[in-house]
Design a protein around this ligand. Structure first.
Ligand SMILES: *Cc1c(COP(=O)(O)O)cnc(C)c1O
Length: 388
């Protein structure tokens, strides 16, 4: 049996895979088992922040791997504490809970919001407002938070207590906030899975104004937008706001599973011993790698993200077969005249890996992708979007 056959026989059918098997890579290049070379603009869905087998990250990870691979949270551990310090110093947040994925990071955010509201507001102030078209994860609770019915339909009943508001609709948000007992408003600065759609500055301001007025917590889901992706360390920093809770994952670990829920001043002491936990959370190997990643997301790198983003947007905007380009930093969505899947296939055939977000082509390149590779890849995308 070849790998494709084994996969379809033994792996649960949850993924519609592209028809290639990736074997290795270096930086922004990846190679399949037939030796074909690709420029990777997907980075395993915004995970491989510095591309594949990045030397400094591999060193940080392997050094820790050869020292101590796992401790459990029964003991103190240096990589975990140092990464938490780094995250707090860089964001102004006060404490961090570590987990292993975006869904878990959001799950923790939701638990903190519920506990805070129950203790500080009222026992039935548990409702959380999320946005339509959002994506917050696949657990039963983060699915409930996800404002898209397509993900809900086969898994009812979901965790109750979520209200959905149209993104960028200030009137609707105001109406919801003023007429319900709300614990928190949860949002992605740029809706990733929803089609790479940024929130307007006015809407983000309205979230924070309403939050202040009604003692509502703000939760920024930075699982995809975080860790340099939007051109700032975290997406909320583009909006000049300070959320009470920030969740992140994907690019933080640079390729190893790691989630983090950062807690601001208001909520830093909500969780007490025994309130929450994770066996693998804060794993020393993942944390050592993440500390390396985070230390390298500096102004120079972020300026590069902004510059590369501008280059892509300028090249693609108005090109034949391209209706619009949305997003922020190196998180971009292309609305194409042709079916997005067709464009993705054509790009792949021509050596460029891009992925989908709803009906759009989504680009999530490594933050350090060399200019020459980006230029080449953009040419391939432009050609793939042209109608014959
Ligand atoms: C990917 C994603 C998640 C879920 O992360 P997992 O690691 O797959 O659990 C949650 N929120 C956002 C915004 C995401 O992009």
């Amino acid at each position: 049996m070849n790998i494709k056959e084994k996969d379809s026989l033994y792996i649960a059918n949850t993924y519609a895979r592209f028809p290639i098997e990736l074997q290795s890579g270096k930086g922004s290049y990846v190679y399949d088992t037939e030796g074909k070379e690709y420029i990777d603009l997907g980075t395993g869905i915004a995970v491989n922040t510095f591309g594949v087998s990045d030397e400094k990250w591999v060193n940080a990870v392997t050094t820790q791997l050869n020292t101590l691979q796992h401790t459990s949270n029964l003991y103190y551990s240096k990589p975990c504490a140092e990464l938490a310090e780094m995250l707090c110093t860089r964001t102004g947040m006060k404490k961090v809970f570590f987990s292993n994925s975006g869904a878990e990071a959001n799950e923790c955010a939701i638990k903190v919001a519920r506990k805070y509201a129950a203790e500080k507001k009222c026992s039935d102030c548990y409702k959380i407002v999320t946005l339509k078209n959002s994506f917050h994860g696949r657990t039963v609770t983060t699915l409930a938070a996800t404002g898209q019915d397509v993900f809900h339909k086969d898994f009812l009943p979901l965790t109750e207590g979520f209200l959905y508001c149209e993104a960028n609709n200030i009137a609707e948000l105001t109406e919801i906030a003023e007429n319900n007992k709300i614990a928190a408003i949860m949002f992605e600065c740029v809706q990733g899975e929803g089609g790479v759609l940024p929130l307007t500055p006015e809407f983000v301001k309205a979230i924070f104004d309403l939050a202040e007025k009604h003692d509502i917590l703000t939760i920024a889901d930075e699982v995809q937008t975080g860790n340099g992706r939007t051109g700032k360390l975290y997406g909320f920093m583009n909006y000049g706001v300070t959320p009470d809770i920030v969740s992140t994952a994907k690019g933080l670990g640079g390729g190893l599973p790691l989630g983090a829920t950062m807690l601001g001043e208001k909520v830093k002491d909500v969780l007490k011993a025994g309130d929450h936990g994770s066996t693998f959370g804060g794993n020393p190997v993942a944390c050592a790698g993440a500390a390396n990643i985070l230390s390298r997301i500096d102004d120079e790198l972020l300026n590069g993200v902004v510059r590369k983003s501008k280059y892509i947007v300028e090249k693609l905007s108005g090109a034949k077969g391209i209706k619009s380009v949305t997003g922020m930093g190196l998180m971009l969505g292309i609305e194409t005249v042709k079916d997005a899947s067709e464009v993705i296939t054509e790009c792949r055939n021509n050596g460029v890996l891009v992925i989908k977000a709803k009906s759009k082509v989504r680009l999530l390149p490594a933050l350090n992708i060399p200019d020459e590779l980006l230029e080449k890849a953009v040419e391939v995308i432009i050609n793939a979007c042209k109608e014959c």
